[in-house]
Design a binder for this molecule. Structure first.
Ligand code: S5P
Length: 452
């Protein structure tokens, strides 16, 4: 087996400890959160874990093994398989029919049972579990624990005469993760403070204002968007998902004064003709001072994206100020968007989207490093370096029955620190699209100001 430290790092990769700001069941705020259940989903790790735990123990002492439900059940099972010590199962609640037994399996009075627990904090839950086993005339002398949160549990149980064997404790975990660069000195200090029982202060993360973002903005399109937002006191992008040129132009003229950009899906316009559709649209954009955002969501290799961007009937390169693009084709696939800003699709708003945590993390790396990228579309916060665009905003509905999921402007500004909201049907399907645009503009602006 590898060293204990290497083994811990393998476990850590499964996401068993998270650092940040968490509210525990008790209402206390903790700088870390532990959940060891993912360990059971990696058979090799689970088997190694069982052997690490067994290695610490005087095995001849035990006739039985029992895990505290639920997280420790697979651990206890794996230990039983590795050691041939029989397993018994403790129920969480007694059956309300039949035998009313609390313990399932084969055992005899007077046998000694090893108790397995995933995490020990104050020790109180173990002190509730032990009597339930002892009640069946079984002896408990030893408890083996995977992670000690070092909040008094070990001492409490030892003071009652139990031996507690712990594989990892949070202090050594911090040391390992500081060595690997996963934790900063400041974070470790905060965790130590927390373990000493001190009330710790979390910094309130504040959002950057449009003015601050404007001073940092590198790309001319980011600057233009931020300047327009400040001038119009609007962070609204209307999504014009209409299917005729006439509807598109009528909507653009009505909502134009209240928005910072009009988002198109130009390939859904059935009577598209460059001269009849784009030329007047560009005039309206100039008249009402909004930008044109083509939501093409490119998702191919660089060469194909370049052709889709510059050729065909739509000639997006000639008129769009910025476009959306997936980053699935990798960094170089974004090189072709030379004269526009790119908004990278980081996370989608639809139910069951494949833009999971891992995907978003990788997508962000591409987005943050590419000079053409001005922002990202996401339903999660993203770093302040780029602008956050959030669709899936609607004041009246929570979904559309086709997978779309909606939030309110207030929610996205407060929790995501979004920069711009994208509203489609909330505006163009409204009986009075202009009034709806004004309502979303005001809601969005007030929510932004409140979030500062
Ligand atoms: O994750 C996303 C990304 C985008 S760009 N979810 C989205 O809904 N969109 C787009 O935003 C979508 O293609 C549509 O044009 C608009 C939302 O429209 P609504 O009618 O649901 O507000």
């Amino acid at each position: 087996m590898e060293s204990k430290k290497e083994f811990f790092l393998e476990c850590y990769k499964l996401g068993i400890i998270k650092f940040g700001r968490f509210t525990l069941k008790s209402g206390i705020e903790s700088p870390f959160y532990v959940d060891l259940r993912p360990l059971a989903s990696d058979p090799k790790i689970l088997k190694n874990l069982a052997n690490y735990l067994l290695e610490m123990l005087p095995l001849d002492n035990f006739d039985l093994i029992c895990g505290v439900p639920y997280a420790a059940l697979p651990m206890a099972t794996a230990m039983s398989l590795e050691s041939y010590i029989p397993l018994i199962i403790k129920r969480k609640e007694a059956k309300d029919y039949g035998t009313k037994k609390m313990i399932e399996g084969i055992y005899q009075k007077g046998q000694n049972c090893l108790l397995v627990e995933d995490v020990i904090t104050s020790g109180k839950s173990l002190l509730e579990t032990i009597p339930e086993i002892e009640q069946e005339d079984l002896n408990v002398s030893d408890i083996v624990v995977v992670l000690d949160r070092e909040q008094g549990g070990k001492q409490l149980l030892e003071s009652k005469g139990y031996r507690v064997h712990t594989l990892f404790n949070i202090s050594e975990v911090c040391t390992i993760l500081q060595e690997t660069g996963d934790l900063s000195e400041e974070e470790v200090k905060r965790i130590q403070d927390f373990l000493l029982g001190n009330h710790i202060q979390f910094e309130e993360k504040t959002r950057c204002s449009y003015e601050q973002k404007l001073t940092q903005a590198q790309h001319s399109v980011s600057k233009k968007l931020l300047e327009t937002a400040l001038a119009k006191k609007s962070n609204l992008i209307a999504s014009a998902d209409v299917t005729t040129t006439q509807e598109l132009l009528a909507l653009a003229d009505k909502v134009g004064p209240h928005i910072i950009a009009l988002k198109t899906h130009i390939d859904i316009i059935s009577d598209f003709e460059y001269e009849k559709t784009i030329t007047p649209l560009k005039e309206l954009a100039a008249k009402h001072q909004f930008l044109l955002m083509e939501d093409r969501k490119f998702a191919d290799i660089g060469n194909t994206q370049e052709l889709q961007f510059t050729s065909g009937v739509f000639k997006i390169t000639d008129w769009a100020d910025f476009v959306t693009s997936q980053v699935i084709g990798g960094f170089e696939s974004l090189d072709c968007f030379k004269n526009v800003g790119v908004v990278a699709i980081i996370g989608m708003s639809s139910k069951g989207t494949l833009t999971t945590n891992n995907y978003r993390e990788e997508a962000l790396k591409v987005a943050l490093s590419h000079p053409n990228v001005i922002g990202g579309v996401s339903q999660n916060p993203i770093p302040d370096d780029i602008l956050l665009f959030t669709p899936g905003v609607n004041l009246a509905d929570s979904g559309d029955g086709k997978g779309q999921q909606y939030n309110t402007p207030e929610h996205v500004f407060k929790t995501l620190h979004t920069d711009f909201i994208i509203v489609g049907r909330g505006i163009y399907k409204s009986e009075n699209p202009e009034a709806a645009a004004v309502a979303y503009k005001n809601e969005g602006w007030n929510a932004y100001v409140k979030s500062l």
